[in-house]
Design a protein around this ligand. Structure first.
Ligand SMILES: NC(=O)c1ccc[n+]([C@@H]2O[C@H](COP(=O)([O-])OP(=O)(O)OC[C@H]3O[C@@H](n4cnc5c(N)ncnc54)[C@H](O)[C@@H]3O)[C@@H](O)[C@H]2O)c1
Length: 332
């Protein structure tokens, strides 16, 4: 039985709670936040108690696993603390800001023989799963160009996103989804060039990244955590291959959970007049990523999100930051 301490009980924790409740061998045994009032309410929803720290949650509730949902700048502290206490660790994205920080987290988990997985949830996004299958099965042929976008207004539920040391801005907070997705398919790119807009608080919140792989694939990824006007949360992924073009577009409300979601996934095969609409099987992506984590522990197998990929993605984002700051192409 996995006795999980949820560390952080804000926006994303709600998705984790719903997902964890659906996994039979998991109990949410503790909620840890810095605020006893909001933490207490969430703990009540989960049928457990609020704790001020992990040591007390382990001593009183027998916690053996943590699910880290606090602001990114706090991830390293909690991952290392949990690993040293002998707990398995699931951690929200972006795992951290630098490869050095990630290495310290991995070392603490390996030294203490606990499992560690980063929640790169976009890999379980239903349409993204289907698109990867099309690529892996060679249905697109040789890929000419990829365009990927993820744009939203600035979060209104927190202030920490404005602090580059806590969120890393849109470059880390949002861009990591798309860089990780491309990395999971094509591996490490050979070069990166990024252009963007930096907010008055020092966050690179609107970034366009151009990536090239040695296999010839090229991608342009646009990310914004600070769209102006009433811009809706929107995602696009378009892949142009010599056998056809695959195109996905989603438009939600202010945020992903708001309003009606209009989405479509269309396949434009070469030689056909009309596109074909593709229905991707709709799954709860947060449930799917957490099932992967617990199943890997139970079966003592590696998770499908590897440390090599997590570290490589951080290398790409660190290279994008260098490119933004120095206006240069960075070779990886
Ligand atoms: N996978 C996704 O799609 C996705 C979406 C949103 C956020 N996230 C990630 O999840 C993490 C949390 O983001 P959020 O939007 O839920 O933030 P949030 O501000 O809504 O919630 C943060 C929570 O952490 C708690 N907290 C803050 N400081 C703490 C401390 N020192 N000790 C213990 N608890 C503390 C707060 O009380 C709050 O409960 C970030 O890393 C973010 O990038 C992922």
């Amino acid at each position: 039985m996995f006795k999980v301490a949820l560390i952080g009980a804000g926006f994303i924790a709600q998705n984790h709670i719903a997902a964890l409740k659906k996994i039979p061998e998991v109990t949410i045994a503790a909620v840890i936040t810095r605020n006893s009032e909001t933490g207490g309410k969430v703990a009540q929803e989960c049928g457990c108690k609020w704790y001020p720290d992990l040591a007390q949650a382990i001593a009183e509730a027998g916690v053996n696993t943590v699910d880290i949902c606090v602001p990114t700048g706090l991830h390293e502290f909690y991952v290392i603390e949990a690993a040293r206490a002998g707990c398995h660790v699931f951690c929200e994205k972006p795992v951290t800001f630098t490869c050095d920080s990630f290495d310290r987290m991995v070392k603490a988990c390996e030294d203490n023989n606990v499992r560690f997985m980063v929640g790169q949830v976009a890999r379980w996004w239903p349409e993204f799963i289907t698109i990867k299958e099309y690529i892996d099965q060679g249905k697109l042929g040789d890929i000419h160009m990829i365009y990927e976008k993820r744009l939203c207004q600035h979060p209104t539920w927190s202030t920490w996103h404005r602090d580059p040391a806590m969120s890393g801005g849109g470059l880390y907070d949002l861009n990591v989804h798309d860089i990780d997705y491309l990395y999971s398919i094509f591996g490490k790119p050979e070069s990166v060039y990024a252009n963007g807009w930096k907010s008055s608080t020092g966050c690179w919140n609107h970034v366009v990244t151009n990536l090239r792989w040695s296999c010839g694939t090229k991608a342009c990824v646009e990310t914004s955590l600070e769209m102006t006007g009433n811009w809706p949360f929107s995602i696009e992924l378009r892949i142009v291959g010599d056998k056809g073009t695959l195109s996905y577009a989603l438009t939600a409300g202010f945020n992903i959970n708001d309003g009606e979601m209009g989405s479509n996934l269309l396949w434009y095969p070469v030689g056909e007049e009309k596109p074909v609409a593709i229905e991707a099987e709709q799954i709860d992506m947060f449930h799917a990523e957490l099932v992967e984590f617990f199943d890997a522990i139970k079966k003592d197998r590696p998770t499908c999100v590897t440390f090599e990929e997590n570290r490589g993605v951080l290398e790409v984002i660190e290279a994008s930051l260098k490119s933004l700051e120095e206006n240069i192409v960075v070779t990886l």
